[in-house]
Ligand binder design. Sequence first.
Ligand code: AMP
Length: 417
Amino acid sequence: MTRETKETKEHKTIPSGSTIGILGGGQLGRMMTLAGTNLGYRFVTLDPTPQSPCGQVARQIVAAYHDQDAARKLAEVSDVITYEFENVDAQVAELLEQSSYVPQGSKLLYTTQHRIREKQAIEAAGVKVAPYAVIQNVQDLRSAVDELGLPSVLKTATGGYDGKGQWVIRSEQEIEPAFAQLSQGGTELVLEQFIPFIKELSVIAARNPQGEISTFPVAENIHINNILHTSIVPARVSENILEKANALAVNLAESLGMVGLLAVELFLTEAGELYVNELAPRPHNSGHYTMEACTTSQFEQHVRAICNLPLGEATLLTPVVMVNVLGEHVEEVQARLLTGKWLPEDGHPIDTEYAEHAEHAEHAEIILDDVVPKVHLYGKEGTAPKRKMGHINLLCKDVEAALLWIQQTNIWRNQNQ
Ligand code: AMP
């Protein structure tokens, strides 16, 4: 392909009425479809599970992600192609790029699919990651532990998510078992210094092919068992940290020359330092709060970016807390959705100790009345513990009230921090 045609392709604008093909049929594709349908786009998804969350709201090609014939079929019927997960098979990504228009390109996928390449790209942008070492064998691991200290975190370079494919090494005795377990998959490993963070934050940046960049407000994220539990917005950090996090995301978006969305997960330390933990080149769970709380949702912004439309305003309309609905919560959430009764009848805090700590606890009842739950369920057929089944955006006047609301519903028992 000549440079000139490539340039033209890079700036292609996809008008409303066109068809967007999504590789992957999970909840991210579903919410992207719902948002893009409002702008008049049509959607087709490729996913192996019939009636996938996205396949319930879009046309679906039922096939494995690595099925090249199916990928070709997706390319044929789509004016533009995007993906909702980063572990896209390299050959499929290449095939799609050749036979269709993939504005996000395979380069960013190549980078973010692999922790070591990702760290190098982040550092090349002048942004900090936790000090790390590449591990090929157990001797490498021993010397890296000596250098980086304990505890430290051993991770597989590829394929890990929600804490899978990682081991926090706390003693020398764990070096061998950690290496033995994580090297099973045959992928490279990386050892990271353990960052004693005080908060985890994330920022989502959007960029269109013309180079316009927009960021969403910074989210403060609480994970439980390595799975996102809540995103709190505005994040309870200083203005200076918010500005730093935002600038860092803009810098990465520019430096990577990405198109679409880039979610940047960050660790904040006591000293006010920010380290990038991970990047995701797609809509992100920590951006679900934007659906009702921002003037443009992350899903609409993604569609705008890949179609080369002007990006939407991404202003925060209200404080919000997003809480994830996992397999173990979904039945109760569905039951409360039917009755509309989320809180105990008497309206009194169940856990008075928590209430005492919550800001304005003396007005808990009034505050809780101000919390408006907006429920999103993904239509997944089978539930399993820890499986992401939906989320609730709690629109509120004060994020402490929404956190108290979560406690009071008793749905996420033993999960509040
Ligand atoms: P990850 O799969 O890399 O997103 O890691 C999952 C979770 O493990 C993070 O959200 C952190 O809570 C924790 N974690 C990962 N890496 C580190 C690190 N280098 N230092 C401290 N905590 C970490």
